[in-house]
Design a protein around this ligand. Structure first.
Ligand code: NDP
Length: 460
């Protein structure tokens, strides 16, 4: 008789956990996976996927304005929030169902319920009881962080609730300046909600290239979002019509809804990690090595719960690398260098590699190539929206070490740039690539003039 019920027990059926469970099961291992919510995790259920549908829905307002400049009569366009929610939920249910089927087809056993470790080989699943496993993978992801000590914090929603608001608010205040804050500011603004973003820092999207940050903040304002920088909530008070946002700059404002987008935390609560002796980092994430192994020999962790790069494709690759290493006998560690990312703000951002400031710190001397231009699509329109394209080149190696795009299709553009950069492309090789015309991305391969540092470049 086998020593344990399973070869592998996975806690969390999100992007990382599902990939690992499927690959391990397909290699012949006996696998079980537990999920306390719906299968698909943050990405499918309350993150990337529904968010992108909301971005699509909200972009139409801008498209209608552009359409008018091309001679279309659009008329009185109205938006039906409940209809959109129903369609979105139908699609999310379909995708979640595909995840379930894929697990079943691979031969993994799915259990619904919150799982917690009893010891390094034993897991207790709510309502289902106790199971033992030779190996355990923690893939519980993250969840929104909220400031519990802020007076009135309980009146704020997070991204979790934003996907299911019973009705669209007339006014929203969004607290934070990261990915989720700028994405939802664009969404609500596009859907006609009076939107204010309040961020404590000097600009949105800390960690991104400074030219990108200031460019996006300007474009957000052009689209009608009020961007309040250098301020944060000191309290939230319930009013008859909504909430009063008390701000540190003294400019209090009322809104129907206030949404916290103040970061996410690894979801380790109630997991019983201490029972198995699993160590956490200072920030409360599960501590792992390059192969996603924890300090406990038979326990691994992948995805946002490890707080490395908190992106869906990274969790998937970490999950796959784990399965390759442990069940296919091919030691594989995911390389976290040169991971591209997109921010689905409006306009969106695509970014890979280093910001100008980080490249200067790392390489000393860098060359900057920068263009700001009016996207061709807006040639007829009164929109003064500009796109930004920026390359950061290490002078010594001539390698392109940073590529940043703000403008239409930037997320699609950056995926391709990331291939070349991952391969270590030099600026000469980059320039040898013939342009595709007429596109926005052709600017990337035709920038020959070096720009002044920190955004003092040419403006087309
Ligand atoms: P981020 O870490 O991106 O942003 C958090 C924001 O909250 C920052 O602006 C931060 O300010 C601010 N903040 C944090 N603590 C406080 C505080 N106590 N008071 C006031 N402001 C505060 O988190 P998000 O939740 O937006 O996103 C989490 C992660 O999820 C992202 O980093 C990304 O990895 C992933 N994600 C990816 C997406 C994509 O790929 N398109 C979309 C959404 C999420 P400061 O900068 O000053 O610290």
């Amino acid at each position: 008789m086998a020593k344990y019920d399973y070869d592998l027990f996975v806690i969390g059926a999100g992007s990382g956990g599902v990939r690992a469970a499927r690959m391990a099961a397909m290699s012949g291992a006996k696998v079980a996976i537990a999920e306390e919510d719906r299968v698909g995790g943050t990405c499918v259920i309350r993150g990337c996927v529904p968010k992108k549908f909301m971005v699509y829905a909200s972009e139409f307002a801008h498209h209608f304005k552009t359409a008018a400049s091309y001679g279309w009569t659009v008329g009185d366009a109205t938006f039906d929030w409940p209809q959109f929610l129903a369609e979105k939920d139908k699609e999310i249910a379909r995708l979640s169902g595909i995840y379930v089927r894929n697990l079943q087809n691979a031969g993994a056993e799915l259990g619904h319920g919150k799982a917690r470790l009893v010891d390094a080989h034993t897991v207790e699943i709510e309502k289902l009881g106790t199971r033992t496993a030779d190996k355990i993978l923690i893939a519980t992801g993250g969840r929104p962080w909220t400031p519990k000590d802020l007076p009135g914090a309980e009146h704020a929603i997070t991204s979790n609730e934003a996907f299911h608001l019973p009705e669209l608010p007339k006014r929203i205040v969004i607290a934070g300046g990261g990915y989720i804050a700028v994405e939802f500011a664009g969404i609500f603004n596009g859907l006609g909600v009076e939107t204010t973003l309040v961020h404590r820092g000097p600009n949105v999207l800390r960690g991104f290239d400074d030219d990108v940050r200031s460019h996006l903040a300007e474009e957000m304002e052009k689209r009608g979002i009020t961007v309040v920088l250098g301020a944060q909530h000191t309290a939230i008070e319930k009013t008859a019509g909504g909430v009063l946002n008390r701000l540190s700059n003294g400019h209090d404002c009322e809104s129907d809804v206030v949404m916290f987008c103040l970061g996410r935390e690894p979801y380790v609560e109630g997991l019983g990690l201490e029972k198995a002796g699993v160590e956490l980092t200072e920030k409360g994430a599960v501590k792992v090595d390059a192969f996603s192994r924890t300090n406990v020999e038979n326990i691994w962790a992948v995805g946002d719960v490890t707080d490395r790069i908190n992106l869906t494709p990274v969790a998937i690759r970490e999950g796959a690398a784990f399965a390759e290493t442990v069940f296919n006998n091919r030691p594989t560690s995911f390389d976290h260098e040169m991971v591209a990312s997109a921010v689905f703000s409006q306009p969106p951002i695509g970014s890979v590699g280093l910001s100008e400031a980080d490249a200067r710190k790392q390489y000393g001397k860098v060359d900057i190539y920068l263009a700001r231009l009016k996207p061709m699509k807006y040639a007829f329109s009164h929109s003064d929206e500009r796109a930004l394209l920026k390359l950061v080149v290490d002078c010594a190696s001539e390698k392109v070490v940073g590529c940043h795009v703000v403008g239409p299709d930037a997320p699609e553009i950056i995926q391709m740039a990331a291939i070349a950069m991952k391969m270590g492309v030099t600026k000469t090789q980059w320039d040898a690539t013939c342009a595709v015309h007429p596109t926005l991305s052709e600017e990337l391969v035709t920038m020959r003039e070096k720009s002044m540092p920190m955004g003092l470049g040419q403006v087309a």
